[in-house]
Design a protein. Structure first.
Length: 84
């Protein structure tokens, strides 16, 4: 789980860098000739990173739900054993 959290933090850092790069592109006084292409590339990269963040969050949530269900099952199993 800690590696997932570290990966999630790294993805957020990458997303921040992409947002900063896009901001720089949009606010330049003398934009490069391929400005629109670079803006599109940054937006595409940001979309990909946001997708990865969403996917990783979903995986982490599924693992947490699985852990919770296993804990509940284990507790119920122990309670049934105590009744017998």
């Amino acid at each position: 789980m800690q590696s997932s959290v570290a990966e999630l933090n790294a993805l957020f850092e990458i997303l921040d860098v992409c947002k900063n790069d896009l901001h720089v592109l949009l606010t330049q006084d003398h934009p490069p000739a391929d400005l629109l292409k670079r803006i599109e590339q940054e937006r595409s990269t940001m979309d990909d990173i946001e997708y990865l963040i969403t996917d990783l969050k979903a995986q982490m949530a599924c693992k947490e739900i699985h852990r919770y269900m296993m804990d509940e099952y284990s507790m119920m199993h122990q309670m049934k054993r105590m009744r017998v």
